[in-house]
Ligand binder design. Structure first.
Ligand SMILES: C[S@@+](CC[C@H](N)C(=O)[O-])C[C@H]1O[C@@H](n2cnc3c(N)ncnc32)[C@H](O)[C@@H]1O
Length: 220
């Protein structure tokens, strides 16, 4: 777990699920479903698997969704964060591979790590629900921006994959632009949901001097 310090929200969310719902989940015959929007090379996805095991939740079923094209531009008129630009984190461009090849590589890495994960190569706005997707115990949103976070949350709410006590863990909640916070507020308002923040961690980005907030919210 070399990288666990980069994603404190994953540890916090898994510990919270373990403490509050561990017994219930262990008695259930179904493993919890975890979703990650923004997989890139799969590092934080494997961390979700490791923390679930560490807190005694057993192996989760993990869904990892990524276009592997990198960050898209924000919708017209939306203030972008100074921390990110379109095309950042394009695994396909960095490795001169097709996006399908990237998905296959990440799938292989996740399998090798021992994760029960399905890597889906898609843009969040075009994603369709798979038959065996179940309500999320945990959603990790690591797509940095307003537009992408909004597309991910609208997909989950529209397909009833968010329920009471689902945890929404954000690697970036505030980022000095419209950002994921605006998408979170918009999606909750649109679907008439409420959430309480149960964890946050703030740090200053060295390059841009922007204060970043990482956060976990519980649907209530
Ligand atoms: C910061 S990286 C994710 C880092 C990753 N969690 C890790 O462990 O290193 C953001 C990822 O989100 C993906 N992404 C951002 N917006 C997207 C969208 N609208 N649809 C699909 N993928 C998107 C990018 O392709 C990129 O791989």
């Amino acid at each position: 777990m070399d990288n666990h310090w980069k994603w404190p929200q994953i540890e916090a969310a898994c510990r919270y699920i373990g403490e509050h719902f561990g017994d219930q989940l262990r008695q259930s015959s179904y493993p919890p479903h975890f979703y990650e929007f923004g997989v890139y090379k799969g590092t934080s996805l494997c961390l979700m698997h490791d923390w679930a095991l560490k807190v005694g939740l057993g192996k989760p079923i993990i869904w990892g969704i990524d276009s592997f094209e990198g960050l898209p531009p924000e919708p017209f008129g939306v203030a972008p964060s100074p921390m990110f630009k379109p095309g950042d984190y394009s695994m396909a461009k960095e490795n001169m591979l097709s996006t399908d090849a990237c998905a296959a590589i990440v799938q292989g890495a996740a399998n090798y790590h021992g994760c029960t994960a399905t890597i889906i190569r898609d843009r969040f706005a075009e994603l369709k629900k798979w038959d065996n997707m179940r309500e999320a115990a945990l959603v990790h949103l690591d797509c940095d921006q307003y537009g992408s976070t909004r597309d991910a949350l609208f997909f989950l709410f529209k397909n009833q994959l968010i329920r009471k006590h689902t945890l929404l863990a954000y690697d970036e909640f505030t980022t000095g632009g419209a950002g994921p916070q605006m998408a979170h507020n918009e999606a909750l308002h649109f679907f008439g949901a409420q959430a309480a923040e149960i964890f946050h961690y703030c740090y200053r980005d060295k390059k841009t001097n922007v204060m970043v907030r990482q956060a976990v919210w519980e649907i209530c």
